[in-house]
Design a protein around this ligand. Structure first.
Ligand code: CUA
Length: 154
């Protein structure tokens, strides 16, 4: 009888502990914009056939809200260019098909690692119109310097 009660308490504690770990992990993932958050696994060799990365690009997700599904690979980003209206928030989902790359948007605080096998998330609100340069900021090989993309905010 008493053992059962203690067992229940033990299980309850375990559940609470797991909930706290889960919530803090989630909160960290939501922490913009410099976190290297990674949720979800993806086979780097199957990126091209795994939605949404089989069709990289911009999807409108709401009013002034876009989802950018991107891939990084030696030595490019796909898509290499995207156009969004000023005032839009873009949720970036990006994965690498090969090695570790970087994803930084010049002139903003956006800066994260793009790791193979993981889907990296980050969102950013583009208030100012202009052309934003996306650079790889993790050394990834001979073409590292030319690995870039553009985001045009109108
Ligand atoms: Cu990719 Cu440096």
């Amino acid at each position: 009888r008493l053992e059962k009660i203690w067992l229940s308490i033990g299980i309850a504690m375990l559940i609470i502990f797991l909930a706290i770990v889960g919530i803090s992990g989630f909160a960290m993932g939501m922490n913009p914009p410099t976190s290297d958050s990674a949720h979800g696994r993806i086979d780097p060799t199957k990126v091209d056939t795994t939605p949404p990365f089989d069709k990289p690009g911009l999807i409108q997700a709401g009013d002034n809200l876009y989802e950018a599904n991107m891939t990084a690979y030696l030595f490019s980003f796909d898509p290499g260019e995207m156009e969004i209206p000023a005032g839009s928030t873009v949720m970036f989902n990006i994965t690498s098909k090969d090695v570790v790359h970087g994803f930084s948007i010049v002139g903003t605080t956006v800066n994260m690692m793009v790791t193979p096998g993981e889907i990296n998330h980050l969102s950013y609100k583009f208030d100012k119109p202009g052309e934003y340069l996306v650079l790889c900021n993790e050394y990834c090989g001979t073409g590292h310097e030319v690995m870039q993309a553009r985001i045009i905010v109108k």
